[in-house]
Design a protein around this ligand. Structure first.
Ligand code: ATP
Ligand code: MG
Length: 314
């Protein structure tokens, strides 16, 4: 309890605004619980190569770090690598688990290989011959391989719109995926290490669970625990746990799923789930008896138990 916790927040992806909110919420909660903590904004790609960033951690005598950056460089392994080299303990997933789960095209290959149900997909990379010519399943979803908060998610219902959307997306992103659209109920399963939390059913009042519906108050209804038959809920939690294991993520994480005819299709595993007081994972934890402050204490204790540095990825 006496060491100083650095909450590193912000980052420089499209999810910066959300990350600032997650970091602030965690920091305020830790202070409320009596921890000594410091909030550090990682704003620019250059920061990690700049001595003054590491100096901030050293000057503040930071003993462990809670990573509160969605997207790059907190959810994709970059910050984890920096902290490994600096010999500073950090919360949650290792470099490799973060990098793997951030890249949906790699993550889904592993799900497929392990028989974990996930929508059919192909990967399209800028500069390579596109598999999208052979895509036949409509409606389809096109999304960046490495994004979050539904940024760049597009639904198309024919090949002409698909080709157009693929061309437009490749102007912005190096790698995208085309995925079979699953019409069903949206659910999510949070984890505290390998322990699944109660399932949340997500019901946007209109449209799909896009950026606006994620972050606008009252735009979406959340039902926790999700009203599912016991056997269905058990199977959902089991498949979600297999996805978590396949990615190797630890600490808090969240598995996003579409349930069609009671069969779960895993969309992705988030290694740095949203941590504002109204985010999904805190809702699920609350339903399991961890209010926001006790969840933040759990994360801090979990981080402080980590080895200083492993200097290995496997
Ligand atoms: N294959 C699909 N079928 C149906 N809906 C989908 C599909 N893929 C994505 N969606 C919709 O788009 C949303 C965002 O997709 P996904 O979770 O893959 O992306 P993300 O941007 O990484 O999300 P997050 O905010 O969780 O990081 C989903 O919550 C869902 O509403
Ligand atoms: Mg998602």
């Amino acid at each position: 309890m006496s060491e100083i916790i650095g909450v590193i927040y912000g980052g420089y992806s499209n999810e910066r605004e959300v990350s600032l909110k997650s970091g602030e919420a965690i920091f305020n909660s830790l202070i409320k619980s009596g921890y000594k903590a410091v909030l550090i904004d990682l704003k620019r790609p250059d920061d990690l190569g700049d001595w003054s960033f590491l100096k901030q951690l050293i000057d503040n005598r930071v003993g462990s770090v809670i990573i509160a950056i969605h997207g790059t460089p907190g959810e994709d392994g970059i910050l984890q690598g920096f902290l490994e080299l600096s010999g500073i303990r950090y919360s949650g997933s290792s470099l490799i688990a973060a990098a793997l789960s951030m890249d949906k095209s790699l993550a889904k290959l592993i799900f497929q290989k392990r028989g974990i149900p996930t929508p059919e997909f192909v990967t399209v990379e800028r500069g390579y011959v596109s598999d999208s010519f052979y895509w036949k399943r409509y409606p389809a979803v096109i999304k960046p391989a490495c994004e979050g908060s539904s940024v760049g998610v597009i639904f198309v219902d024919d090949s002409k719109k698909l080709e157009q959307a693929v061309d437009e997306m490749l102007l912005i992103y190096d790698k995208i995926i085309i995925e079979e659209m699953i019409a069903g109920d949206e659910i999510t399963v949070g984890f505290m290490n390998d322990r699944p939390l109660p399932i949340i059913k997500i019901v946007p009042k209109s449209g799909f669970y896009d950026y606006k519906n994620k972050y606008t108050k009252d735009a979406t209804e959340y039902i926790v625990p999700a009203p599912l038959e016991k056997s269905v809920a058990e199977n959902v939690s089991k498949e979600a746990a297999r996805a978590v294991k396949a990615m190797g993520v630890s600490g808090i994480s969240r598995v996003d799923i579409i349930l069609r005819h009671n069969k779960p299709y895993i969309l992705e595993v988030n290694s740095i789930p949203g941590m504002t007081e109204t985010s999904l994972l805190p809702k699920a934890a609350d339903s399991a008896g961890y209010d926001f402050d006790s969840l933040c204490r759990w994360i801090a204790e979990d981080a402080s138990k980590k080895p200083n540095s492993t200097h290995k990825t496997c």
